[in-house]
Every structure is written in C-alpha cells, then in structure tokens.
Design a protein around this ligand. Structure first.
Ligand SMILES: [Fe+2]
Length: 265
C-alpha cells in the first residue's frame, strides 16, 4: 500500500495456551506478510481462557504486539489492576465506572500519524455497564484532536448492538470490529462514511472446540446446567482476525480483509 496509508493487523481473542502459542510464534511473520504498521490483539482470555497476566502480556509484546484490548474477563486475576494502571497499551473497556483501574483507550504515537485504540463493552446479554454509545462518542471526540486514525474494539454479544455502534460512529472512526463471541462473521464492509466494519473478527483458538473450550465439558454443562469449570481445548489453534488499510489524511478505510490461518504449534 502507498505511504499515505496505515495498515493494521488485528487478531481476535487469544484463548489459553494454544492461542498464545499460535500468536507468539506467528505474529511477526503475519505482520510482515500483510505489511502491517501496527498489531492489535484481544487478550482477555490469554491466561487459560480467563484474563491475562503480566507474563502473557510480556510474551505478546516481545512477539511484536503493540496494543492489547480486553473485555469482561479481564478482571479474573487479582493483580490485574496494577498491570492495567502500569501498561499504557493494555486496555480494559472504557465504559466501566471511572473508579476502576486502568484505561479504556490508548494513543499509539510511536508512528505518525498516531493510531488511537478504544475498547468498549456491550450491554445486551452482558453484565450492566455504562452506555457504550455515549462513552465511545465522548472518547472519539477527544481523540480526533490527536489523530484521524481511530480503531474501536467493541467487546459485545449482540450483532445488532455492534452494527448500531458502527453506524453511530461511521465516518468518525477508521475501523470498528467486534470481539467476544469467538466465531468470525463474514460481513466485512466499509460503511457509507468510511468506517470499516466486521461484526466479529473471531478468536485465536483450538480448532476443535466450543468457542475455545473442551467440547466434552461444554456438552456436560449444557446437559446438566451445572456450571462446571470450562477448560481450554488442547489442539493447535486457528488464528482469526482482519487487516485494514486506512488513509493517513482523513482516517477513512480503504480496504478490509478477513484473515484465517491454521497454526502448526
Ligand atoms: Fe468476553
């Protein structure tokens, strides 16, 4: 792509050890292959399927990941507050109460123009939380003073809620993608005012699994309604995500492509 554009590689929710192995071993070559200037991953399930630790984050950063977004499972580890406060490029959803640790957006300014990343969480079929629409609008307004390139990870269950937020922010952000449901959708497109959109980018998860977890346990949970603890399936992972290219001048999207790779490790 020409130099007046920025290309960003985004990988979906990393599920446990198989997801971590796949991402850590291949993110550099994927970034090179797609000529990505920046890499974003959702890491909220990196630690055995629930949450993320300082060690997980360090491994991802060493492997070439620039920004890590999360979601409702980020709070799993007691030490996460300290980590969220310390790490500028590890995000939690911006629409949690202001008193909770961490931050919901980052301005990645090691390159020009900078790339802003916002993390928000849905509230349809999810725990109650502040309005993602109002919080996104306010955050976008603030970040547009710094850069035209704004990326939104909307960690949400509902397709309708994701499409509605994308329409609401169309033209004001470069890309809005969904995470959380772990299954990649096939509806990538550029909206009328220039925002690239994909309802769910999918996850980095064991290929033979129920959204990343062992099928046998998921079946038992469904048959018995007993909340047996889920365990991450053990097979090698498939990586899902997207590549977006945006204009440096106005931040509008030029292209969006879904990606899927099988990992050998
Ligand atoms: Fe989630």
């Amino acid at each position: 792509m020409p130099a007046d554009t920025t290309t960003i590689l985004v990988l979906g929710d990393i599920i446990g050890r198989p997801g971590m192995r796949a991402v850590v071993s291949s993110v550099k070559s994927l970034a090179r292959k797609h000529r990505a200037d920046l890499v974003i991953v959702n890491g909220e399930n990196a630690n055995d399927g629930f949450g993320i630790t300082a060690d997980d984050l360090a491994q991802l950063q060493r492997a070439g990941v620039d920004v890590v977004t999360t979601g409702n499972h980020v709070w799993q580890d007691d030490r996460i507050g300290e980590l969220l406060d310390r790490e500028a490029f590890l995000l939690r959803p911006a629409n949690y109460p202001g008193s909770v640790p961490g931050h919901g957006f980052a301005l990645f300014d090691r390159r020009k123009p900078p790339v802003a990343v916002i993390n928000v969480q849905g509230r349809v079929a999810m725990p109650p939380i502040d309005c993602p629409f109002r919080v996104s609008r306010e955050t976008v307004k603030r970040l547009r003073r710094e850069t035209p390139i704004i990326i939104v990870d909307f960690h949400a269950e509902s397709t309708a809620e994701k499409e509605a937020l994308a329409s609401y922010l169309d033209g004001d952000v470069s890309l809005l993608f969904g995470t959380h449901t772990h299954v990649q959708t096939a509806d990538e497109r550029i909206l009328p005012k220039g925002t690239a959109y994909l309802t769910d980018i999918g996850a980095c998860l064991p290929a033979n699994s129920v959204i990343g977890f062992a099928p046998s346990i998921s079946v038992r949970r469904s048959l018995t309604l007993i909340p047996i603890r889920n365990e991450v399936a053990s097979e090698a992972a498939t990586i899902h995500g997207l590549v977006v290219t945006v204009g440096n001048g106005d931040g509008t999207a030029r292209s969006i492509e879904r990606i899927q790779y099988s990992s050998l490790v």
